[in-house]
Write a protein that binds this ligand. Structure first.
Ligand code: 1GP
Length: 245
């Protein structure tokens, strides 16, 4: 296991410098391998700082092939954002080691994590413990379906805040507020503000962010790193709107 945490240190440093980060989320089931070079030309023209790869399902088991192909076309850090332990591949740079803290399904609180150890025991991947909190984004998302857990209502500010802080107190290094891929509503700014004002570790926000205005709202409310997937899948030109902050 890696003793240094280069990628995490960079995220911490960016937070200190108030330099906002942006990840493109790539679903291995949705991207065509031959399209990766073209897609990354646009990524490199944008303010994207990180590449997350993963999805609730990797039906075609394309994870390793997709990560390898991406690696050939970018120097940006590639983090696995796993839907299950089967998506772990050494070809990435690191992994968000997720615990689904909003849910009460032991499979996603500890079972998947135990099952992933066989692959991670001697890994060179940087492992970043991440508290993952699913928040209602107005549609039933894949995470909800696959994890068989309910998202927390956007009205329950205290429950969301306490879940995030319980994650920090138990040693998570990142907290991820997730409205779910393709969410109708992003996590509202009041929630982002409340959580970020109490949290000492970096805050990731994702799900349903489709415009530069929404991106800025998330940043201004205190998100340190924003994740966008669907909006880039549906409209790659959106990457070219994000060439400056
Ligand atoms: C999903 O937070 C990410 O896990 C990104 O969501 O696809 O809605 O951008 P979108």
């Amino acid at each position: 296991m890696k003793m240094t945490q280069m990628m995490y240190e960079n995220i911490i440093q960016a937070k200190k410098d108030n330099q906002k980060l942006l990840a493109v989320l790539i679903d291995p089931d949705k991207i065509e391998i031959h399209h990766i070079p073209e897609f990354f030309k646009k990524v490199h023209q944008s303010i994207i700082t990180h590449v997350f790869v993963g999805g609730s399902t990797d039906a075609e088991k394309k994870m390793e092939t997709v990560v390898k192909a991406i690696k050939q076309h970018t120097h940006l850090p590639i983090l696995i954002f796993p839907g299950s332990h089967e998506q772990i591949t050494e070809t990435a740079d690191g992994i968000l080691f997720l615990s689904l803290l909003s849910g009460r399904n032991p499979k996603y609180l500890i079972e998947q994590q135990v099952q992933s150890v066989e692959k991670l025991i001697d890994t060179s991947l940087e492992i970043i413990p991440t508290g993952y909190i699913l928040i209602d984004g107005g549609v039933k998302t894949a995470v909800q379906r696959v994890s068989e857990t309910e998202p927390i209502s956007q009205k329950k500010h205290t429950e969301i805040l306490h879940t995030a802080l319980a994650g920090q107190f138990s040693g998570k290094q990142l907290i991820y507020l997730e409205a779910g891929s393709g969410a109708q509503y992003m996590v509202n700014t009041e929630i982002i503000q409340k959580v970020s004002s109490k949290l000492k570790i970096p805050l990731i926000v994702g799900g349903g962010i489709r415009s530069k205005t929404q991106l800025h709202k998330a940043y201004n409310a205190g998100a340190d790193l924003v994740v966008i997937g669907t909006a880039f899948e549906e409209n790659e030109a959106f990457l070219l709107e994000l060439t400056s902050k």
